[in-house]
Design a protein around this ligand. Structure first.
Ligand code: GDP
Ligand code: MG
Ligand code: K
Length: 297
């Protein structure tokens, strides 16, 4: 883009699970977010949505790791999330107007204190409260952190969302259009989801299924906050397929239940997980298959 007046940049969205981050993105990006593309993945940042107009492009980044880490993977995600916060042009801190400020919010606030980036406070779900209560809610947060601006919004109904976007466009520096107009999202979480499923296969089948398993995510569909995920577990031999499925499907069911819980924890969404098993002899020798299973060179 040669347009010298073009504004662009990266905006992180943080907030406890279920405050409405995905709803907000769907509202901003519109229907188009349903079109997924797997291009240009980075493992660190999850690009959740790209908003493009003739004047500006805002790349929204979700930072799923911002909650108290429970384990090593959690530590890693937390570090990634924090470094992501230092690289963005602005941060949106979303809270739920219908809930009091809680430990989860305070943890995020502590992290936000470590960044110099402008932080916008979004009080979401104002459609569920009385306008008289808004000032008191804002007050609960304003003594904790210095905000660049505060927007009471309804991600569901759209109140104040255009005003927020205008403010962000003004905040962003002049810059190029990073992504083509028709690219609205990419999906590195596909990889993490497939790893969580693969981990369960390894843990539950132990020695019987060694390293010859891959998991391919066929489809992720956001169905009003319910994530419908369809995945295929790839093995190399018929015997392995039998082991992964188990008697009457019992093993596959166990794998699915444990994986679903982990995915729900990671995404903060309810998940419906459908698993299939497929035999693909010697897939590890075939680069094209390796690519599509996420092990890119
Ligand atoms: P996330 O975990 O932060 O991504 O939250 P989601 O976007 O998945 O939303 C969690 C729940 O809150 C869903 O049931 C949404 O429909 C609901 N929700 C999100 N935004 C609003 C809002 O502005 N008003 C109301 N009433 N509900 C909302
Ligand atoms: Mg979400
Ligand atoms: K959610």
């Amino acid at each position: 883009m040669d347009n010298p007046n073009y504004h662009s940049g990266f905006v992180a969205i943080v907030g406890r699970p279920n405050v409405g981050k995905s709803t907000f993105l769907n509202r901003v990006i519109g229907q188009k977010i349903a079109i997924m593309s797997d291009k240009a993945q980075t493992t660190r940042n999850k690009i959740q949505g790209v908003y493009t107009t003739k004047e500006a492009q805002i790349v929204f980044i979700d930072t799923p790791g911002i909650h108290k880490p429970k384990d090593k993977l959690g530590d890693f995600m937390m570090e990634s999330a924090l470094s992501a916060l230092k690289e963005v042009d602005a941060v949106l801190f979303m809270v739920n107007a219908t809930e009091r400020r809680g430990a989860g919010d305070n943890y995020i606030i502590d992290q936000l204190k470590k960044t110099d980036q402008p932080v916008y406070l979004l009080i979401n779900k104002i459609d569920q409260i009385s306008p008289d209560d808004i000032m008191a809610i804002i007050g609960e947060y304003q003594n904790a952190l210095k905000f660049k601006d505060v927007f009471p919004i309804s991600a569901l109904q759209g109140n104040n969302v255009p005003e927020l976007i205008d403010a962000l466009v003004k905040e962003l520096p002049e810059g190029p259009q990073y992504y083509p107009e028709d690219q609205v999202t990419d999906h590195p979480e596909r990889f993490v989801i497939s790893e969580l499923i693969r981990e369960k296969v390894m843990q539950l089948t132990r020695q019987e299924i060694p390293t010859s398993t891959a998991v391919y995510i066929e489809k992720i569909k956001d169905d009003n906050g319910l994530l419908r995920i369809q995945a295929t577990i790839i093995v190399e031999r018929d015997g392995q397929k039998g082991i992964v499925i188990g008697k009457g499907g019992s093993m596959l069911k166990k794998i699915g239940t444990l994986a679903r819980k982990d995915i729900e924890n990671m995404m903060g969404n309810k998940v419906f997980l459908e698993l299939w098993v497929k035999v693909q002899p010697r897939w590890r020798d075939k680069q094209s298959l390796l690519d599509s299973y996420g092990y890119k060179k």
